[in-house]
Write a protein that binds this ligand. Structure first.
Ligand SMILES: [Zn+2]
Ligand SMILES: [Zn+2]
Length: 145
């Protein structure tokens, strides 16, 4: 789980390492990302950030988010051809995705982390990360139906 203070320290560190200057806009976009628990897309961030920076363009938000991805400060959630979703939690964790409302929820699971790699991959591939995606209907959507 993300801790705000640690995340910001991590973000500062990433920016410094990659000579990316820490502008108020960038900081605000990053903070919006860590505030949101739902893995927002650029449009979500844009709508929220406009309250603070009325002149900001969607394009700037896009470019900022892809810069963050480039320097490893955020990850892109594996998608299905829809808008890119961003994840500020770069630690190993897994996702539940609701097919109804598209919400993505983080979770930790030790036995998933330690799944064995299929033999076909063991030989010639190097697996560096295991990410499990559970799909279905979330609690809120179940209640609604
Ligand atoms: Zn749902
Ligand atoms: Zn996540």
């Amino acid at each position: 789980m993300l801790n705000k203070k640690d995340s910001i320290a991590f973000f500062r560190d990433r920016c410094k390492q990659h000579n990316l200057s820490m502008t108020p806009q960038r900081m605000a976009i990053y903070q919006e990302l860590i505030k949101s628990k739902s893995h927002p897309d650029a449009d979500d961030i844009f709508r929220r950030i406009r309250n603070i920076f009325p002149d900001i363009s969607l394009d700037t938000v896009y470019r900022t988010l892809s810069k963050f991805t480039e320097i490893g400060a955020v990850h892109i959630v594996e998608g299905y051809g829809e808008a890119k979703r961003y994840d500020p939690d770069t630690n190993n964790h897994h996702h539940f995705r609701c097919r109804e409302c598209n919400k993505i929820v983080d979770f930790q699971n030790k036995s998933y982390d330690n799944l064995s790699i299929p033999r076909a991959f063991q030989k010639n591939f190097k697996v560096t990360n295991i990410k499990i995606i559970l799909e279905g209907t979330c609690d809120k959507c179940i209640k609604k139906s």
